[in-house]
Design a protein around this ligand. Structure first.
Ligand code: COA
Length: 373
Protein backbone atom coordinates (compact mmCIF):
# COMPACT_ATOMS: atom_id res chain seq x y z
CA UNK A 1 0.00 0.00 0.00
CA UNK A 2 1.29 3.47 -0.85
CA UNK A 3 2.52 5.56 2.09
CA UNK A 4 0.87 8.95 1.91
CA UNK A 5 2.81 11.06 4.35
CA UNK A 6 3.37 10.61 8.06
CA UNK A 7 0.87 12.50 10.18
CA UNK A 8 -1.54 12.61 7.20
CA UNK A 9 0.41 15.67 6.03
CA UNK A 10 -1.22 17.21 2.98
CA UNK A 11 -3.94 14.55 2.85
CA UNK A 12 -7.45 15.73 2.03
CA UNK A 13 -9.70 13.77 4.42
CA UNK A 14 -13.06 15.54 4.04
CA UNK A 15 -15.05 18.00 2.00
CA UNK A 16 -16.03 21.00 4.06
CA UNK A 17 -17.64 24.39 3.50
CA UNK A 18 -16.59 25.74 6.89
CA UNK A 19 -12.98 26.87 6.74
CA UNK A 20 -10.50 27.74 3.99
CA UNK A 21 -6.76 27.98 4.58
CA UNK A 22 -4.06 28.89 2.08
CA UNK A 23 -0.91 28.10 4.02
CA UNK A 24 1.43 29.67 1.45
CA UNK A 25 -0.44 32.94 1.10
CA UNK A 26 -1.40 33.11 4.79
CA UNK A 27 -5.14 33.26 4.10
CA UNK A 28 -7.76 32.02 6.55
CA UNK A 29 -11.48 32.40 6.09
CA UNK A 30 -14.59 31.06 7.80
CA UNK A 31 -17.48 30.30 5.40
CA UNK A 32 -15.90 32.63 2.83
CA UNK A 33 -15.28 35.56 5.22
CA UNK A 34 -11.65 36.54 5.64
CA UNK A 35 -10.40 36.28 9.23
CA UNK A 36 -9.16 39.89 9.06
CA UNK A 37 -12.70 41.10 8.26
CA UNK A 38 -14.17 38.99 11.04
CA UNK A 39 -11.56 40.14 13.58
CA UNK A 40 -12.37 43.72 12.69
CA UNK A 41 -16.16 43.60 12.34
CA UNK A 42 -17.74 40.50 13.90
CA UNK A 43 -18.64 39.44 17.41
CA UNK A 44 -17.91 35.91 18.57
CA UNK A 45 -21.63 35.11 18.62
CA UNK A 46 -21.93 36.16 14.96
CA UNK A 47 -19.01 33.88 14.15
CA UNK A 48 -20.67 30.96 15.95
CA UNK A 49 -23.79 31.48 13.83
CA UNK A 50 -21.69 31.80 10.69
CA UNK A 51 -19.81 28.57 11.39
CA UNK A 52 -22.99 26.62 12.19
CA UNK A 53 -25.31 27.91 9.48
CA UNK A 54 -22.97 29.06 6.72
CA UNK A 55 -24.10 32.68 6.57
CA UNK A 56 -24.08 35.82 8.68
CA UNK A 57 -27.14 36.12 10.94
CA UNK A 58 -29.82 38.75 10.53
CA UNK A 59 -30.35 40.85 13.67
CA UNK A 60 -33.30 38.74 14.90
CA UNK A 61 -31.35 35.52 14.31
CA UNK A 62 -28.37 36.87 16.22
CA UNK A 63 -30.61 38.02 19.06
CA UNK A 64 -32.16 34.55 19.23
CA UNK A 65 -28.80 32.82 19.31
CA UNK A 66 -27.51 35.17 22.01
CA UNK A 67 -30.64 34.61 24.08
CA UNK A 68 -30.30 30.83 23.68
CA UNK A 69 -26.63 30.97 24.74
CA UNK A 70 -27.56 32.99 27.84
CA UNK A 71 -30.52 30.71 28.67
CA UNK A 72 -28.34 27.59 28.49
CA UNK A 73 -25.35 28.83 30.51
CA UNK A 74 -26.15 27.07 33.72
CA UNK A 75 -24.46 23.67 34.19
CA UNK A 76 -26.12 20.69 35.90
CA UNK A 77 -25.66 20.60 39.70
CA UNK A 78 -23.93 17.22 39.36
CA UNK A 79 -21.29 18.78 37.11
CA UNK A 80 -20.73 21.59 39.64
CA UNK A 81 -20.36 18.93 42.34
CA UNK A 82 -17.75 17.19 40.20
CA UNK A 83 -15.90 20.49 39.67
CA UNK A 84 -15.88 20.97 43.44
CA UNK A 85 -14.45 17.51 43.94
CA UNK A 86 -11.75 17.96 41.29
CA UNK A 87 -9.57 20.05 43.62
CA UNK A 88 -6.27 20.92 41.98
CA UNK A 89 -6.58 18.63 38.95
CA UNK A 90 -5.47 20.03 35.60
CA UNK A 91 -8.14 22.27 34.06
CA UNK A 92 -8.03 20.50 30.68
CA UNK A 93 -8.51 17.11 32.36
CA UNK A 94 -11.40 18.58 34.33
CA UNK A 95 -12.91 20.19 31.23
CA UNK A 96 -12.66 16.94 29.25
CA UNK A 97 -14.48 15.02 31.97
CA UNK A 98 -17.07 17.75 32.57
CA UNK A 99 -17.92 18.10 28.85
CA UNK A 100 -18.38 14.34 28.72
CA UNK A 101 -20.59 14.49 31.86
CA UNK A 102 -22.95 17.03 30.28
CA UNK A 103 -24.53 14.29 28.17
CA UNK A 104 -25.63 12.41 31.30
CA UNK A 105 -27.99 15.23 32.25
CA UNK A 106 -29.35 16.03 28.79
CA UNK A 107 -32.71 14.39 28.14
CA UNK A 108 -32.03 14.52 24.41
CA UNK A 109 -28.59 12.92 24.70
CA UNK A 110 -29.65 9.84 22.76
CA UNK A 111 -31.43 11.77 19.98
CA UNK A 112 -28.88 12.12 17.19
CA UNK A 113 -31.14 14.05 14.82
CA UNK A 114 -29.74 17.27 13.36
CA UNK A 115 -32.36 19.31 15.27
CA UNK A 116 -31.42 17.75 18.62
CA UNK A 117 -27.70 18.00 17.82
CA UNK A 118 -28.08 21.71 17.04
CA UNK A 119 -29.70 22.21 20.46
CA UNK A 120 -26.88 20.28 22.07
CA UNK A 121 -24.36 22.44 20.20
CA UNK A 122 -25.95 25.51 21.85
CA UNK A 123 -25.63 23.83 25.27
CA UNK A 124 -22.01 22.86 24.67
CA UNK A 125 -21.20 26.37 23.48
CA UNK A 126 -22.95 28.00 26.45
CA UNK A 127 -21.77 25.62 29.17
CA UNK A 128 -18.11 25.13 28.28
CA UNK A 129 -17.26 28.68 29.48
CA UNK A 130 -19.27 28.09 32.67
CA UNK A 131 -17.34 24.90 33.39
CA UNK A 132 -14.00 26.69 33.01
CA UNK A 133 -14.83 29.71 35.17
CA UNK A 134 -16.76 27.72 37.80
CA UNK A 135 -13.85 25.32 38.22
CA UNK A 136 -11.39 28.19 38.61
CA UNK A 137 -13.53 29.90 41.27
CA UNK A 138 -14.03 26.67 43.20
CA UNK A 139 -10.40 25.57 43.13
CA UNK A 140 -9.44 28.95 44.55
CA UNK A 141 -12.02 28.71 47.34
CA UNK A 142 -14.05 31.58 45.86
CA UNK A 143 -17.81 31.87 45.48
CA UNK A 144 -19.13 31.03 42.04
CA UNK A 145 -20.20 34.18 40.19
CA UNK A 146 -23.62 33.74 38.54
CA UNK A 147 -23.63 34.88 34.91
CA UNK A 148 -24.98 38.28 33.94
CA UNK A 149 -27.68 37.85 31.26
CA UNK A 150 -26.82 41.31 29.96
CA UNK A 151 -23.30 40.25 29.01
CA UNK A 152 -22.20 38.46 25.85
CA UNK A 153 -20.12 35.30 25.95
CA UNK A 154 -16.71 37.02 26.09
CA UNK A 155 -17.61 39.60 28.75
CA UNK A 156 -19.51 37.07 30.81
CA UNK A 157 -16.52 34.73 30.76
CA UNK A 158 -14.22 37.44 32.17
CA UNK A 159 -16.91 38.52 34.66
CA UNK A 160 -17.60 35.03 36.00
CA UNK A 161 -13.86 34.34 36.15
CA UNK A 162 -12.79 37.48 38.01
CA UNK A 163 -16.00 38.83 39.55
CA UNK A 164 -15.36 42.15 37.74
CA UNK A 165 -17.10 43.34 34.59
CA UNK A 166 -14.46 43.99 31.92
CA UNK A 167 -14.28 47.39 30.25
CA UNK A 168 -14.99 47.67 26.51
CA UNK A 169 -11.35 47.31 25.46
CA UNK A 170 -10.75 44.17 27.53
CA UNK A 171 -14.06 42.69 26.38
CA UNK A 172 -13.31 43.36 22.70
CA UNK A 173 -9.77 41.97 23.03
CA UNK A 174 -11.10 38.73 24.47
CA UNK A 175 -13.92 38.57 21.92
CA UNK A 176 -11.39 38.92 19.07
CA UNK A 177 -9.19 36.21 20.61
CA UNK A 178 -12.22 33.90 20.64
CA UNK A 179 -12.99 34.74 16.99
CA UNK A 180 -9.40 33.99 15.95
CA UNK A 181 -9.37 30.56 17.61
CA UNK A 182 -12.87 29.52 16.53
CA UNK A 183 -12.03 27.22 13.64
CA UNK A 184 -9.09 25.95 11.66
CA UNK A 185 -10.23 23.34 9.16
CA UNK A 186 -9.06 19.79 9.92
CA UNK A 187 -6.69 20.58 12.79
CA UNK A 188 -6.02 17.58 15.05
CA UNK A 189 -8.85 18.18 17.54
CA UNK A 190 -11.46 18.92 14.87
CA UNK A 191 -10.42 15.84 12.94
CA UNK A 192 -10.73 13.81 16.16
CA UNK A 193 -14.22 15.23 16.71
CA UNK A 194 -15.26 14.41 13.13
CA UNK A 195 -13.89 10.86 13.38
CA UNK A 196 -16.07 10.28 16.45
CA UNK A 197 -19.12 11.92 14.83
CA UNK A 198 -18.65 9.83 11.69
CA UNK A 199 -19.36 6.67 13.68
CA UNK A 200 -22.73 8.34 14.43
CA UNK A 201 -21.75 8.71 18.04
CA UNK A 202 -23.28 11.78 19.74
CA UNK A 203 -22.05 15.37 19.67
CA UNK A 204 -21.02 15.32 23.37
CA UNK A 205 -18.70 12.38 22.68
CA UNK A 206 -17.27 14.16 19.63
CA UNK A 207 -16.70 17.38 21.61
CA UNK A 208 -15.02 15.39 24.38
CA UNK A 209 -12.61 13.95 21.81
CA UNK A 210 -11.93 17.48 20.62
CA UNK A 211 -10.99 18.64 24.12
CA UNK A 212 -8.80 15.55 24.58
CA UNK A 213 -6.85 16.22 21.39
CA UNK A 214 -6.52 19.95 22.01
CA UNK A 215 -4.81 19.33 25.34
CA UNK A 216 -1.52 18.16 23.84
CA UNK A 217 1.49 20.49 23.70
CA UNK A 218 1.77 20.11 19.92
CA UNK A 219 -1.74 21.60 19.63
CA UNK A 220 -3.59 23.85 22.10
CA UNK A 221 -1.20 23.22 24.98
CA UNK A 222 1.50 25.31 23.27
CA UNK A 223 0.17 28.67 24.53
CA UNK A 224 0.83 27.67 28.15
CA UNK A 225 4.38 26.60 27.26
CA UNK A 226 4.97 29.98 25.59
CA UNK A 227 4.11 32.03 28.67
CA UNK A 228 6.10 29.72 30.93
CA UNK A 229 9.11 30.28 28.67
CA UNK A 230 8.65 34.07 28.69
CA UNK A 231 8.21 34.24 32.47
CA UNK A 232 11.08 31.87 33.18
CA UNK A 233 13.40 34.00 31.04
CA UNK A 234 12.33 37.22 32.75
CA UNK A 235 14.04 39.53 30.23
CA UNK A 236 14.46 39.79 26.47
CA UNK A 237 18.20 39.00 26.61
CA UNK A 238 17.69 35.94 28.77
CA UNK A 239 14.78 34.83 26.59
CA UNK A 240 16.96 34.96 23.49
CA UNK A 241 19.70 32.96 25.27
CA UNK A 242 17.08 30.42 26.30
CA UNK A 243 15.76 30.13 22.76
CA UNK A 244 19.27 29.71 21.31
CA UNK A 245 20.08 27.11 23.93
CA UNK A 246 16.91 25.16 23.20
CA UNK A 247 17.47 25.27 19.47
CA UNK A 248 21.08 24.08 19.96
CA UNK A 249 19.66 21.12 21.89
CA UNK A 250 17.04 20.46 19.20
CA UNK A 251 14.19 21.45 21.51
CA UNK A 252 11.26 23.08 19.72
CA UNK A 253 10.23 26.59 20.64
CA UNK A 254 6.55 26.70 21.58
CA UNK A 255 4.42 29.05 19.51
CA UNK A 256 6.42 28.59 16.29
CA UNK A 257 5.96 26.49 13.21
CA UNK A 258 2.80 25.15 11.68
CA UNK A 259 1.76 22.12 9.67
CA UNK A 260 -0.16 24.25 7.16
CA UNK A 261 1.18 27.83 7.25
CA UNK A 262 4.51 28.46 5.58
CA UNK A 263 4.19 32.17 6.06
CA UNK A 264 2.75 34.46 8.72
CA UNK A 265 -0.22 32.92 10.52
CA UNK A 266 -2.91 35.57 9.87
CA UNK A 267 -4.28 35.04 13.39
CA UNK A 268 -0.91 35.90 14.92
CA UNK A 269 -1.02 39.35 13.28
CA UNK A 270 -4.10 40.29 15.33
CA UNK A 271 -2.91 38.65 18.51
CA UNK A 272 0.38 40.51 18.26
CA UNK A 273 -1.50 43.83 18.15
CA UNK A 274 -3.69 42.74 21.09
CA UNK A 275 -0.64 41.65 23.06
CA UNK A 276 0.84 45.12 22.67
CA UNK A 277 -2.39 47.00 23.37
CA UNK A 278 -3.45 45.00 26.44
CA UNK A 279 0.15 44.70 27.64
CA UNK A 280 0.45 48.50 27.68
CA UNK A 281 -2.82 48.85 29.58
CA UNK A 282 -2.01 46.29 32.24
CA UNK A 283 1.74 46.80 32.69
CA UNK A 284 2.89 43.69 30.82
CA UNK A 285 4.24 45.27 27.66
CA UNK A 286 7.66 43.74 28.47
CA UNK A 287 6.21 40.35 27.55
CA UNK A 288 5.14 41.71 24.18
CA UNK A 289 8.57 43.28 23.57
CA UNK A 290 10.35 40.06 24.50
CA UNK A 291 8.00 38.09 22.26
CA UNK A 292 8.77 40.43 19.38
CA UNK A 293 12.50 39.83 19.75
CA UNK A 294 12.03 36.05 19.85
CA UNK A 295 9.79 36.25 16.79
CA UNK A 296 12.44 38.21 14.89
CA UNK A 297 15.19 35.79 15.93
CA UNK A 298 13.14 32.72 14.92
CA UNK A 299 12.39 34.24 11.54
CA UNK A 300 16.02 35.19 10.85
CA UNK A 301 17.66 32.04 12.19
CA UNK A 302 15.11 29.30 11.34
CA UNK A 303 12.66 30.98 8.96
CA UNK A 304 9.89 29.93 11.34
CA UNK A 305 6.82 32.11 11.92
CA UNK A 306 4.87 32.69 15.10
CA UNK A 307 1.64 30.70 15.19
CA UNK A 308 -1.67 31.46 16.93
CA UNK A 309 -0.33 30.36 20.32
CA UNK A 310 2.66 32.69 20.47
CA UNK A 311 1.00 36.07 21.01
CA UNK A 312 -2.18 34.67 22.53
CA UNK A 313 0.00 33.69 25.49
CA UNK A 314 1.04 37.26 26.40
CA UNK A 315 -2.43 38.57 25.51
CA UNK A 316 -4.18 36.19 27.92
CA UNK A 317 -1.58 36.82 30.62
CA UNK A 318 -2.07 40.58 30.25
CA UNK A 319 -5.84 40.05 30.52
CA UNK A 320 -5.17 38.52 33.96
CA UNK A 321 -6.11 34.97 32.98
CA UNK A 322 -4.42 32.17 34.97
CA UNK A 323 -1.85 30.33 32.84
CA UNK A 324 -3.42 26.90 33.09
CA UNK A 325 -6.68 28.30 31.70
CA UNK A 326 -5.09 29.34 28.39
CA UNK A 327 -5.79 25.98 26.74
CA UNK A 328 -9.31 25.67 28.23
CA UNK A 329 -10.03 29.11 26.73
CA UNK A 330 -8.85 27.80 23.37
CA UNK A 331 -11.43 25.01 23.91
CA UNK A 332 -14.17 27.54 24.76
CA UNK A 333 -13.58 29.16 21.38
CA UNK A 334 -12.89 26.00 19.34
CA UNK A 335 -16.11 24.44 20.65
CA UNK A 336 -17.78 26.55 17.93
CA UNK A 337 -15.64 24.95 15.23
CA UNK A 338 -15.91 21.43 16.64
CA UNK A 339 -19.69 21.59 16.80
CA UNK A 340 -19.92 23.15 13.32
CA UNK A 341 -17.81 20.33 11.87
CA UNK A 342 -19.76 17.65 13.74
CA UNK A 343 -23.05 19.03 12.38
CA UNK A 344 -21.55 19.15 8.89
CA UNK A 345 -20.37 15.55 9.28
CA UNK A 346 -23.85 14.41 10.38
CA UNK A 347 -25.47 16.18 7.42
CA UNK A 348 -23.44 14.14 4.93
CA UNK A 349 -21.91 11.28 6.85
CA UNK A 350 -19.54 8.54 5.83
CA UNK A 351 -17.52 6.51 8.34
CA UNK A 352 -13.91 7.76 8.51
CA UNK A 353 -11.75 4.67 8.39
CA UNK A 354 -8.29 5.00 6.80
CA UNK A 355 -5.73 2.24 6.36
CA UNK A 356 -2.26 1.74 7.83
CA UNK A 357 0.89 0.77 5.97
CA UNK A 358 1.86 -2.47 7.70
CA UNK A 359 5.48 -2.52 8.93
CA UNK A 360 5.30 -5.50 11.33
CA UNK A 361 6.73 -9.03 11.26
CA UNK A 362 6.15 -11.08 8.13
CA UNK A 363 2.62 -12.44 8.26
CA UNK A 364 2.29 -16.15 9.16
CA UNK A 365 4.56 -16.33 12.22
CA UNK A 366 4.59 -19.82 13.78
CA UNK A 367 2.99 -20.03 17.24
CA UNK A 368 5.56 -20.58 20.04
CA UNK A 369 4.32 -22.17 23.26
CA UNK A 370 4.81 -19.88 26.30
CA UNK A 371 7.29 -22.29 27.92
CA UNK A 372 9.49 -22.14 24.82
CA UNK A 373 9.62 -18.29 24.33
N1 COA B 1 10.94 25.26 17.03
C1 COA B 1 12.05 24.85 16.40
N2 COA B 1 12.04 24.14 15.26
C2 COA B 1 10.85 23.85 14.74
C3 COA B 1 9.64 24.25 15.33
C4 COA B 1 9.72 24.98 16.53
N3 COA B 1 8.62 25.39 17.14
N4 COA B 1 8.61 23.81 14.60
C5 COA B 1 9.15 23.16 13.56
N5 COA B 1 10.48 23.17 13.65
C6 COA B 1 11.41 22.54 12.72
C7 COA B 1 11.54 21.06 13.05
O1 COA B 1 12.58 20.80 13.96
C8 COA B 1 11.81 20.47 11.70
O2 COA B 1 13.16 20.72 11.36
P1 COA B 1 14.04 19.59 10.61
O3 COA B 1 13.32 19.35 9.32
O4 COA B 1 15.37 20.23 10.51
O5 COA B 1 13.97 18.40 11.53
C9 COA B 1 10.95 21.32 10.76
O6 COA B 1 10.84 22.58 11.41
C10 COA B 1 9.58 20.73 10.51
O7 COA B 1 8.94 20.48 11.78
P2 COA B 1 7.92 19.32 12.08
O8 COA B 1 7.82 19.14 13.55
O9 COA B 1 8.25 18.11 11.27
O10 COA B 1 6.61 19.95 11.50
P3 COA B 1 5.13 19.45 11.79
O11 COA B 1 4.32 19.96 10.67
O12 COA B 1 5.10 18.00 12.08
O13 COA B 1 4.78 20.18 13.16
C11 COA B 1 4.10 21.69 14.76
C12 COA B 1 4.03 21.33 13.29
C13 COA B 1 3.12 22.82 15.01
C14 COA B 1 3.67 20.49 15.59
C15 COA B 1 5.54 22.11 15.12
O14 COA B 1 5.90 23.26 14.38
C16 COA B 1 5.72 22.34 16.60
O15 COA B 1 5.95 21.38 17.34
N6 COA B 1 5.62 23.63 17.08
C17 COA B 1 5.74 23.93 18.48
C18 COA B 1 4.43 23.64 19.19
C19 COA B 1 3.35 24.63 18.80
O16 COA B 1 3.56 25.83 18.80
N7 COA B 1 2.16 24.10 18.51
C20 COA B 1 0.99 24.92 18.20
C21 COA B 1 0.62 24.81 16.76
S1 COA B 1 -0.65 25.98 16.33
Amino acid sequence: MAVTGAGLEGIVAAESRICYIDGDAGILSYQGYNIHTLAEKATFEEVIYLLWYGRLPKQTELDQLKAALVANREIPAEVTAFLKSAGQAGPMDVLRTAVSMLSLYDKEAKDNSIEASEKKAVKLMAQTPTIVTTFDRLRNGKAVVPGDPGLGLAANFLYTLTGKRPDDVMERAFDVALILHADHELNASTFAARVVAATLSDIYSAATAGVAALKGPLHGGANEDVIKMLLEAGSADKALDMVKNRLANKIKIPGFGHRVYHTTDPRATHLKALSEEIGKRTGHVDLYLTSKQIEQYMKESKNLNANVDFYSASTYYSLGIPIDLFTPIFAVSRMSGWTAHVLEQYRNNRLIRPRADYTGLPVGQPWVEISAR
